[in-house]
Structure formats: structure tokens, C-alpha cells
Design a protein around this ligand. Structure first.
Ligand code: FE2
Length: 448
């Protein structure tokens, strides 16, 4: 049975946590002598002079400073990196069935299983994003990684992850997400079987809570539901060498350490990893007619500097909600958006034969036409007005999420050649028929 873990509540909140009392200095950050003979080290998540609202850092009080390790040497990793830069954006809709879980005869850990699906931009320019997939069945033993390129959002659809970081331990299951920010050392272990999911990486600004505007002071994601770990440490020698991996410029590097890097006895600050349970999202919607744009479901946003444009918005369609609208086609309307949409399904039934199942994912490029399956539209058009206007409780359905970006994605050659790609995906909505009758005008609701 898994041990219970404690969490600290709040988004980008200032916290302090220590395993040994007094490990965190009470007055200053870097006293000449730290309690218990610890070393003080700052982990700074922003350029020094960015505005205070985005200027996050944490002070670590650790047994050995992080600098104690060997030289970083490049590591080959076939499908993980900037492969998407070898291709160009393409206006076709793309769909992928769930990636098979690794078989029992093979052991593959989180980092080894990472495969880059798509991306845009360049980490060296500080603007862009990438989507990677993982499917693994063994722990990262005596190994850890940090990402100098950007923040990682882990989005599992199968199995439970135990993410050990320098700041403490996060447990994450499907329906939850975890964010491990730039520069934080982490190691991924499995609790009870194989895990699978996506990693959303952003190279620019960190994820933020979206503005609420006229919604007011409440609704959408609440800061108190974001959870960061409490301090935990080990003082452990690793005679065979602990592997410290670093990702920089889309490439992997490895250095050897003689001790575990998870030796932080106490910390304080507001630059912390966190998890969030998507079922706690307080969704807003219409109480009259028509659908709001999907941005109403934004949980977190990684903004671009131009107002309203984003490297990546995480959007969730909650599994339990009320669907209420009058004289409205309830399935989403056909649309052609400026936004790039990358969708995946993270809870519910899975099938290696179906894109629209847990672990499947699909992509709609900017301005590429799309909509729901034509059968769904036909079904709603056949309904009586009375039936169509009934409020409905959506309950226990699969959880879909969407990553929206201002940037068009390019897909890596490995993803485009993958056997999980469904070559007929684009046909799902293309059976829409004409209902045009020039002699029959439908009177709109409320019209004289
Ligand atoms: Fe869409």
C-alpha cells in the first residue's frame, strides 16, 4: 500500500517546509553557518529582473551543493528532442490511437520512453512548445533529470506516477496533472504498474492562472487546489554512480554523481512543483443560448508576450457538468480557428483500435475546418424542440483535455510514421450532408 503524502496548498504561493526543525533560516537566506551543516542554494526560475508577479525562486538547504557531479556528456535519444523541426506545419487533421503499453519482457523507464510527437519554436529562443508521449514500466533507478529548456506538464492517462523532486514527492494519477518547472531535478517511479501519458513542454513563460475578467473573483481553477510537496530528503551514497540527466537545447546530457540529489532537508520559496486535480475545476458556461468559446474552460495558461496570445493553454472538458442551452445545437458548432488544438482523452475506456478512446490524441491545425461527427448533428436536428431544450447532466463520461496554442505545430517524422496514426482520421466529420431547402424558412426562436 502506498504511503500517504502531504501537500501544501496554493498556486505560486510562498511556502516553507523542513524535515528537521530549524533547517530553514528564519531571518535570511544565506547565513554563514546553516543549521545542521547544510549548504544554502538558490533555484531561480526567472530572469533576475522580471516583474515580481512572475519572479519566482526557492532557497534549498541541502546536504551537498548541486555542483558536485562529473562532466555532462551528450546522450543519444532517438525519438526525443527537436525532431519536429525537420518538418513543416500541415493543414491536415491528424489522429493517433493510444500508444501500446510496454510488454512484460521489456523494461523501459520514463525518460527512455519519451517520444516527441509535435512542437513549435526553439528552446534556445525562449519561445515554443512541444508535446511528448511516454509509456513506461520500470522506475528511474538511481537516475534523475532536469529540463533547462522549459516547464514540463505531465498528463497521465494510465497508471500512477510517483514524482520525486528536490522539493518533495508528488503522486499523480489520471484526471490529475503535475507541473515540474524549469531546472527542477526529478525522478519518476511507478506505483502499481505501467504508466502512459503526455508531457506538454513550454519554452517561454511559466504556466499561470488565467485572468477571470468579468467572471469575477471566483470560478475556473482555484489557487487553493494546487498542491506542492513537503520537504523530504535522503542522505544516500550511490557507489555505482547516480545518473543526472539534463535536457538543454532539445538534447540530453548525462553526468555522474556519487550521491542522490534528493538531499534537500528544508526549503522556502514560491518556485515549486505542483499537481492539480482536474475534477476540482469550476466550469462556467451558457445559461441562455449558444456555446462559449473553449477558452472558458482554461485551467492554466503559458502566455506569449502579446496580450491574449498563448504558447499553450490547458483546457479541460469536465466529466460531470450540466449542459444547458435553449434553441441551440448542443454539439459544438463547426469551426475554423486561429488557435491550434491538440486534444487527448485521459480517463474512460481505452482501445488500441480507436483514436477517440483513453490515450488517443488528435490535432486540428489553425484554420483547418472541423466539427463533431455528422451523425451527432443529424441526431440533434431530428429532436423535437421540447426534447432538444431539456437541460442534461453530463456525468461519468471520459475526460477530454485540449492544449490550445497560438503557434501551429509540426509533427516529428517519428510521429508521422507511427503505426498508431489513423490514416482515415480526417473523415470523422466529413459525412455532413446538406439540409438546404430554399422554399422552407425556419423561424428563429423569439422571432415574430
Ligand atoms: Fe476545435
Amino acid at each position: 500500500m502506498s504511503e500517504s503524502l502531504s501537500y501544501l496548498s496554493g498556486f505560486a504561493a510562498a511556502h516553507s517546509s523542513e524535515v528537521l526543525e530549524g533547517a530553514v533560516p528564519r531571518r535570511q537566506n544565506s547565513p554563514r553557518r546553516v543549521a545542521y551543516g547544510l549548504h544554502a542554494e538558490q533555484l531561480n526560475g526567472a530572469s533576475f529582473t522580471v516583474p515580481r508577479a512572475q519572479n519566482h525562486r526557492t532557497w534549498l538547504y541541502r546536504i551537498r551543493p548541486s555542483v558536485v557531479h562529473g562532466e555532462f556528456l551528450p546522450v543519444e535519444h532517438g525519438e526525443f528532442g527537436l525532431g519536429y523541426r525537420e518538418t513543416q506545419p500541415d493543414p491536415n487533421l491528424l489522429g493517433f490511437r493510444p500508444r501500446p503499453l510496454p510488454g512484460q519482457g521489456t523494461g523501459i523507464d520514463f525518460v527512455s520512453s519519451l517520444s516527441t510527437i509535435a512542437g513549435a519554436g526553439d528552446p534556445s529562443a525562449g519561445a515554443g512548445l512541444a508535446v511528448h508521449g511516454y509509456a513506461c514500466n520500470v522506475d528511474m533507478d538511481d537516475a534523475a533529470i532536469y529540463n533547462a529548456d522549459g516547464d514540463w506538464m505531465l498528463i497521465p492517462d494510465t497508471g500512477t506516477l510517483r514524482i520525486t523532486t528536490e522539493l518533495g514527492v508528488l503522486r499523480v494519477s489520471p484526471g490529475q496533472i503535475a507541473v515540474v518547472q524549469r531546472g527542477m531535478v526529478m525522478s519518476v517511479a511507478l506505483e502499481g504498474g505501467p504508466v502512459r501519458g503526455l508531457v506538454l513542454e513550454v519554452y517561454g513563460r511559466h504556466f499561470e492562472l488565467p485572468e477571470r475578467g468579468v467572471i469575477g473573483a471566483n470560478g475556473l481553477a482555484d489557487s487553493r487546489h494546487f498542491e506542492s510537496p513537503v520537504a523530504a530528503y535522503e542522505d544516500r551514497e550511490v557507489p555505482g554512480g547516480f545518473r543526472l540527466l539534463a535536457k538543454m537545447g532539445g538534447r540530453l546530457f548525462e553526468a555522474k554523481r556519487s550521491h542522490s540529489p534528493f538531499d534537500v532537508v528544508g526549503w522556502h520559496g514560491d518556485y515549486l512543483p505542483y499537481r492539480y486535480d482536474l475534477s476540482k475545476f469550476n466550469a462556467m458556461g451558457t445559461v441562455t443560448w449558444d456555446h462559449p468559446d473553449p477558452s472558458i474552460f482554461t485551467v492554466l495558461t503559458a502566455p506569449l508576450d502579446h496580450p491574449g496570445e498563448n504558447l499553450a493553454d490547458l483546457v479541460v472538458f469536465p466529466t460531470t457538468r450540466w449542459d444547458v442551452a435553449e434553441d441551440t445545437l448542443r454539439p459544438p458548432f463547426y469551426h475554423r480557428n486561429r488557435a491550434t488544438e491538440f486534444n487527448t482523452i485521459i480517463t474512460g475506456p481505452t482501445s488500441e483500435d480507436r483514436v477517440f478512446s483513453r490515450g488517443g490524441y488528435f490535432y486540428t491545425p489553425p484554420f483547418s475546418a472541423h466539427g463533431v461527427a455528422s451523425e451527432a448533428v443529424d441526431h440533434y436536428l431530428r429532436m423535437s424542440d421540447e426534447e432538444a431544450n431539456q437541460p442534461r447532466r453530463v456525468h461519468g463520461s471520459s475526460m477530454w483535455i485540449q492544449v490550445e496554442s497560438t503557434l501551429p505545430l509540426s509533427f516529428s517524422p517519428a510521429a508521422l510514421a507511427s503505426t498508431t496514426r489513423d490514416p482515415k482520421f480526417r473523415e470523422f466529420a466529413s459525412g455532413a450532408r446538406s439540409y438546404f431547402e430554399p422554399t422552407r424558412r425556419v423561424v428563429e426562436f423569439g422571432e415574430d
